[in-house]
Design a protein around this ligand. Structure first.
Ligand code: UDP
Length: 309
């Protein structure tokens, strides 16, 4: 039986990865310090092949026994969260990733590091291809996240080149689904919460900025395919179904049947104007394609948030 260490395994994407790996008879050691993750996301797991270690991965990590895969998913991931924990965010992407790579080297394990579309910053190339180097403000409010993830990629490639560690890098575009935190401040939970509670929908800026939303099960499938591939350079995973934030607000109002009005609030600093993944590489390399349409994924996510009200 193979063993995977999943850091950030109590978080939104991490907990779905735990389920996916356990479902494939892979033992899971979940590591999380629970600053933004929650045991609530894991409480359904009864599988005996699951272990939880409460630990900050920026500190030295001891894992007993053989490890085949290390998945580095520990990181505050919403602009609100990384503004609340800017130093932890910068450290987890640098020291935390370094520790994951060290663990993989010691265990002769394959490692997959979660990077982000934020490495492209406010992109001047659209849609974003892996060959684009990005347009990131190195000192802005998002830089603790963006630059830490850029460093994660750099040190991952350094471990690959210097130590021949079998590394993978996934650049994750906006992802949504069950187990997002209702108060994480991102657009999906904010709009759904507002719609379900009859509040105004808060669109930041003029709402013409775009995002492309991928349902979590599609993403997790792609991550697993990338882990098993023999490709070591970064790969975009996301759904290229691009919408303006206004269109997105309308879709949520329609799906929930809410009577909410749209109101406008100031645009946060350095908020990217457009974002859409070019997934040509993932399609070719991994034979992967997102399958869940926004309408379907949103309906599931809305049901989840309703059950949590
Ligand atoms: N946004 C919004 N209203 C909200 C929350 C977010 O209009 O209540 C906008 C935000 O300014 C951004 C987009 O929605 O343009 C996506 O924001 P999110 O925080 O989900 O993630 P990002 O893609 O910016 O990391």
């Amino acid at each position: 039986m193979k063993t995977a260490v999943i850091t950030g395994g109590a978080g939104f994407i991490g907990s779905h990865l735990c389920d996916f790996f356990l479902g494939r008879d892979i033992r899971v050691i979940c590591v999380d310090n629970l600053i933004t993750g929650s045991m609530e996301n894991l409480k359904h797991i009864t599988n005996k092949n699951f272990d939880f270690i409460k630990q900050d991965i920026t500190k030295h990590m001891e894992v007993k026994g053989p490890v085949d895969y290390v998945l580095d998913f520990a990181c505050p991931a919403s602009p609100i969260d990384y503004n609340m924990f800017p130093i932890q965010t910068a450290k987890v992407g640098s020291l935390g990733t370094h520790n994951c790579l060290g663990l993989a080297l010691a265990k002769k394990a394959r490692v997959l590091v979660a990077s982000t579309s934020e490495v492209y910053g406010d992109p001047a190339v659209h849609p974003q291809t892996e060959s684009y180097w990005g347009n990131v403000n190195p000192i802005g409010p998002r830089s603790c996240y963006d630059e830490a993830k850029r460093f994660s990629e750099a040190i991952t490639m350094a471990y690959h080149r210097a130590h021949k560690v079998d590394t993978k890098i996934v650049r994750i575009f906006n992802t949504y689904g069950e187990r997002m935190r209702i108060n994480d401040g991102r657009v999906v939970p904010n709009f759904i919460y507002q719609a379900l509670n009859g509040q105004d929908i808060t669109v930041y800026g003029d709402g013409k900025q775009t995002r492309s939303f991928c349902y979590v099960s599609d993403l997790v499938r792609g991550i697993y395919a990338l882990l098993l591939s023999d490709y070591n350079l970064p790969v975009n995973l996301g759904n290229p179904d691009e919408r303006t934030i206004i269109e997105f607000a309308k879709e949520i109002i329609k799906t929930t049947g809410a009577k909410s009005k749209i109101v406008y609030k100031p645009l946060p600093a350095d908020d990217p104007r457009q974002r859409k993944p070019d997934i040509t590489l993932a399609k070719k390399l991994l034979k992967w394609n997102p399958e869940v349409e926004l309408k379907t994924g949103l309906a599931r996510t809305i049901r989840y948030f309703q059950s949590k009200q």
